[in-house]
Design a protein around this ligand. Sequence first.
Ligand code: IMP
Ligand code: MG
Length: 182
Amino acid sequence: MSTVHPDVETVLFSEEEIAAIVKRLGQQISQDYQGKDLVLIAVLRGAVVFMGDLMRAIDVPLSIDFMAVSSYGDKAKSSGIVRIVKDLDMDIKGRDVLIVEDILDSGLTLKYLMKNLSSRHPASIEVATFLWKDIEGKQAAINPKYVGTHCPDAFVVGYGLDFAERYRNLPYVGILKPEVYS
Ligand code: IMP
Ligand code: MG
């Protein structure tokens, strides 16, 4: 076993747990998208790691594209401001879009994206998020169809998730020590 990064307080999901989650999601998506025209759209940069694993766990034909939006900046708090930094290269009209996200918190980022992508007339549009901070009493702005696992209301890093662009390469998901960002 490799050692845990010193800035990580607790490991929430190990590499093995993540692999099992992704496998299950891939099977579910493969069933649901049989005979469809699937395009996975990952939200840069956090969703890149999940995207790489998820696409290999899906066994129906698909294409991939990427979007970048700015949301959190370098802080551990949502700004609520969403701006498209990089748009799709692909035309999604008539296609079955599945947005791939690393983590759903307020859902503001995805709400904006879904509205924006819907206006391009895809045949369908759904969300697959690896983590969902669905805290009791806290309503997300959207309802994701595919959820990897639920996540406590802590700041987490690894498996693509960053704090100030660091920790994305950790193979597990862990809670960042508060003293690192405060
Ligand atoms: P939302 O718009 O509040 O749902 O924010 C979602 C985005 O915020 C995600 O795509 C992440 O980039 C970022 N984010 C939210 N929570 C965390 C976290 O705990 N760690 C790292 N990034 C996070
Ligand atoms: Mg993100």
